[in-house]
Design a protein around this ligand. Structure first.
Ligand code: ZN
Ligand code: ZN
Length: 147
């Protein structure tokens, strides 16, 4: 079954100046089918067999292009460890401290936190990010098997 959101993304790209290439298509496809919020490096490793001439920098540059046209979100964690999210609607993340897996978690937006932060700090608040940390079921299973 074709990914509906991927089709929508491809369609909306057509209305931008972004030229579609086989590499770009593959990167987008991987991103929209992966639930794991991959890093540029993870996407590169998954696709290098298919595109031997592609570099991590190419992957990253393409992700930046997708980000600029609003197709993906970048979750930055310092220099090279940005994760990319194909879900651009507001949602939170649960992250496994063992393997780094990141899973979407839908919860009503905590708008009152932003309002309060604005009042208290006089900042103009633009957005917020909440991350919940724990151990994923796969890692719990692995730990149990080891003991
Ligand atoms: Zn895990
Ligand atoms: Zn997400």
């Amino acid at each position: 079954m074709e990914n509906h959101r991927l089709q929508e993304a491809l369609h909306s790209l057509k209305s931008t100046k972004v030229r579609m290439t086989p590499q770009r298509h593959a990167i987008l496809e991987f991103l929209f089918n992966a639930k794991m919020h991959p890093t540029a490096d993870e996407i590169y490793k998954a696709l290098e067999g298919k595109f031997p001439n592609m570099s991590v920098a190419t992957v990253y540059n393409n992700l930046r292009v997708f980000k600029e046209v609003g197709l993906v979100r970048e979750l930055t964690y310092g220099d090279s460890s940005s994760r990319f999210d194909s879900n651009t609607s507001d949602h939170y993340h649960v992250i496994c401290e063992e393997c780094g897996k990141m899973v979407d978690f839908h919860y009503p937006g905590l708008d009152e936190v932003e309002t309060l932060a604005e009042h208290v700090t006089n900042f103009t608040i633009k957005h917020h990010r909440m991350e919940i940390y724990g151990v994923c079921p796969d890692c719990i299973k692995k730990e149990k098997q080891q003991h």
